[in-house]
Ligand binder design. Structure first.
Ligand code: GLN
Length: 445
């Protein structure tokens, strides 16, 4: 069914970069036999999954939507990919994204943009735009995305699906091509909240191969979906409603009324450092990226420039040809912020701002169970409308970035429409308390 939808729709949508059709069909036959023999007890048995193309898959091309990795065939599976295999899901293919996950519209893919299934003239969001579009179009039953500053939640919001960014450390990053290691986190993109709980159950947990993976017990996320949110205390930061599209705001206020009807109470609060989050994020994420991407030198992975004159020339030519403009911009920005003389003024200062933002969250969670707001200030915008204006593009993530800086979990769920386009509601939880945001999201749905 997934492949039928892909051949019917993906030429227009562009969600996939590589299909795994033959292997997937063989796997499906194997699973079928297992079932006949009384097996097939995997948590995600037989479900077709699409995987964002920055998670390595053994023997299956992994490009990060970059020319640099056009010919890269990994020799191992990311931990999340092994876990999906254990759960008996079937990999349909690798999903389009912004190059190295840098972007918020999927227009930075070196191959082709992804189109929003709700309106093909609009972006699906990014960087996990392929993941969100594939699920919205039925081209995968569910997908994995990664979220450094909003890349699961913002596309989920634009495409009318559910996207969960777990707590930093909850899901192993082993085999996720690093963008900004202190912010990156893998999570599910699904059609509904129950599916997100199942997928999180399958992929969460400590992994000795990722030193930042947390050794914290996972809960039973599916059992957490009780439907009961009586007495729940919701904080609504006033900074999250300022400047958002009035129709988006209407949908959020209406959602609050629904939650009140279910027995929750809410209060307006202030997260005073919100306005500095985007600036701090672009310094920190770019600094980490400039360091992480130094491994792409034309020697170790992917494409190597022909006719290079010597070693330095080989690095220079391979990197000049392999990386797209946004990736180069971030490497330059990050290298500048880390260089001696500027380190204290930029990188160190941004780290201090990050701590203040985290404290805003800590203080709010002393009195409240969740924080609520829109996922993005607007609905999906038109393809091409922001490509020449990186600063406007960066501001689309103003409501998702603080969550990554604080390391806490958040989910985006559909909460209505504005002029025919889906609006996303963001629920932010305490660190390692994915259960509460899943429970509230499920009750709301
Ligand atoms: N849009 C943000 C950026 O460009 C977030 C990307 C992400 O979460 N991977 O960095």
């Amino acid at each position: 069914e997934a492949f039928a939808k892909i051949s019917e729709r993906d030429e227009r949508i562009g969600a996939y970069l590589t299909l795994n059709e033959e292997a997937a069909r063989q796997e499906a036959v194997k699973l079928d036999n297992k079932l006949v023999q009384g097996g097939g007890k995997g948590l995600l048995f037989g479900l077709p999954v699409g995987i964002k193309d920055n998670m390595v898959t053994e023997g299956l091309r992994t490009t990060c939507a970059s020319r640099f990795l056009d010919n890269y065939n990994p020799i191992y599976d990311a931990t999340v990919v092994s876990k999906l295999k254990e759960a008996e899901a079937v990999t349909v293919g690798k999903l389009n994204m912004d190059e190295f996950a840098m972007g918020g519209s999927n227009e930075n893919s070196a191959y082709h943009p992804v189109r929003n299934p709700w309106d093909l003239s609009r972006v699906p969001g990014g960087s996990s735009g392929g993941s969100a579009a594939a699920v919205a179009a039925g081209e995968a039953y569910f997908a994995l995305g990664s979220d450094t500053g909003g890349s699961i939640r913002q596309p989920a919001s634009y495409c009318g699906v559910v996207g969960l960014k777990p707590t930093y450390g909850r899901v192993s990053r082993y085999g996720l091509v690093a963008f900004a290691s202190s912010l990156d986190q893998i999570g599910p993109v699904t059609k509904n909240v129950e599916d997100a709980a199942y997928v999180l159950q399958a992929i969460a947990g400590h992994d000795h191969r990722d030193s930042t993976s947390a050794n914290v017990d996972t809960s039973n996320y599916v059992q957490a979906l009780t439907g009961d949110i009586k007495g729940l205390r919701i904080a609504v930061p006033k900074e999250y409603l300022n400047g958002v599209d009035p129709l988006v705001k209407d949908a959020i206020m209406e959602s609050l009324r629904v939650l009140e009807g279910l027995g929750a109470v809410w209060e307006e609060v202030s997260l005073p450092h919100t306005e500095y989050a985007v600036a701090a994020y672009y310094l920190l994420a770019s600094s980490e990226a400039s360091s992480n991407l130094s491994r792409f030198d034309g020697v170790r992975y992917g494409v190597r420039a022909d006719h290079a004159g010597g070693l330095l020339d080989l690095y220079l030519e391979s990197r000049s040809q392999g990386f797209g403009p946004e990736v180069k911009r971030r490497i330059m920005l990050g290298t500048y912020a880390l260089s001696s003389g500027y380190y204290d003024a930029y990188y160190l200062k941004a780290q201090k701002v990050r701590t203040l933002i985290k404290q805003d969250f800590d203080q709010t969670f002393e009195k409240f169970d969740i924080i609520l707001g829109p996922t993005a200030p607007t609905t999906a915008f038109a393809l091409g409308s922001q490509v020449d204006d990186p600063l406007t593009m960066y501001l689309n993530d103003i409501l998702t970035i603080p969550v990554n800086l604080a390391g806490v979990p958040a989910i985006s769920i559909p909460c209505g429409f504005a002029e025919g386009l889906p609006v996303g509601l963001q629920l932010i939880g305490k660190a390692f308390d994915e259960s509460t945001i899943l429970r509230v999201a499920h009750a709301f749905e």
